[in-house]
Ligand binder design. Structure first.
Ligand SMILES: N[C@@H](CCC(=O)N[C@@H](CS)C(=O)NCC(=O)O)C(=O)O
Length: 298
């Protein structure tokens, strides 16, 4: 029986769900209904204060862009080692990784600059931790900070509808379900309209300044309006979101963004991939523009 045939129309849920290991679809091999490690693996530790364990998916790119922005702004304490976690091969289930992120998803950060290492997981939390630590890319004035954090948390709450909802059913699921694609296409277009209206009235999401809100939203919705994720540009008619387009291009031109996108990248032009980053000079031989899109994760 093919993967698609194993999902007949008119499904009635049984009383108790059971794990159908042959469910198919992209990422089926790494999806499990249980947490915790699958194997023992100690994580490597480099010489810098910050140790990042990640892959260049949109969630991973948020953090490498932030670190490159901090370094570009002169925060030398933001020097970092970026280690590659190949999520397609299950590295996120190694025991060392699970100690840094019990949720087994990239990105995960270990800050070793203090007396005791501090673990930070969830990309939004990592962005806020770094912004507070260095006093950068987040406003301090309460109203401006609230606006910034509102957009940051908007991203954290909204992107699962784009990735886990729309992207999954449009691009990855082993069968096309009109109801599911319809529901999530509608929501993603609504989200794009939310952003478009905001970016019509403000240069950046939090107002006049580039902040962690832009750094969080850009790898997802910036790539989406450029037609770079899920091959869905035409389907969603992304060209119509003019203000998001303007903002996406503006951010793409930032040198730190171009560097950040290359780190832990394992797809696209070989010259645009920097599998691991341990020193600023690691970028020297690489191409920092015209990058292919980041691959969206599971
Ligand atoms: N809410 C999390 C989501 C992280 C996430 O979904 N990471 C994906 C890659 S983009 C991942 O590690 N997938 C591997 C898996 O699900 O096993 C965050 O923002 O950090």
């Amino acid at each position: 029986m093919s993967e698609v045939e194993s999902y007949p129309a008119g499904y009635t849920p049984p009383a108790v769900w059971t794990w159908n290991k042959a469910s198919g679809g992209q990422f089926a091999s790494i999806n499990r209904p249980i947490a915790g490690p699958t194997h023992d693996k100690v994580l490597p530790v480099g010489r810098h204060p910050l140790q990042l364990y990640s892959q260049a998916t949109p969630n991973g790119v948020k953090i490498t862009v932030m670190l490159e922005e901090l370094l570009a702004a002169g925060h030398r304490g933001a020097e970092y080692d970026a280690w590659l976690i190949r999520i397609g091969e299950g590295d996120q289930f190694g025991s060392g990784f699970v100690e840094v992120n019990p949720n087994s998803k990239i990105p995960a950060l270990m800050d070793r600059s203090g007396a005791r290492p501090v673990r930070v997981f969830e990309s939004g939390s990592i962005l806020l931790y770094l912004a507070d630590k260095f006093g950068a890319f987040v406003p301090t004035e309460p109203a401006a900070r609230a606006e910034c954090l509102s957009w940051l948390f908007w991203q954290v709450g909204s992107a699962p509808y784009l990735g886990g909802g729309f992207g999954h059913f449009y691009a990855y699921a082993p069968l096309k379900i009109e109801y599911a694609i319809d529901r999530f296409a509608m929501e993603v277009k609504r989200q794009l309209d939310v952003l478009d209206r905001r970016l019509a009235e403000a240069e950046y999401l939090a107002g006049a300044h580039y902040t962690i809100a832009d750094i969080a939203v850009w790898p997802w919705y910036g790539a989406l309006v450029k037609g770079l994720v899920y091959g869905a540009g035409e389907f969603l008619q992304v060209g119509g979101y003019k203000h998001v387009q303007r903002w996406a291009e503006q951010i793409a031109r930032r040198p730190a963004v171009q560097r950040g996108r290359m780190v832990n990248r394992i797809s696209g032009e070989p010259a645009s991939q920097l599998h691991e980053r341990h020193d600023a000079s690691d970028f020297d031989s690489r191409t920092q523009d015209k990058l292919a899109p980041p691959a969206a994760g599971a």
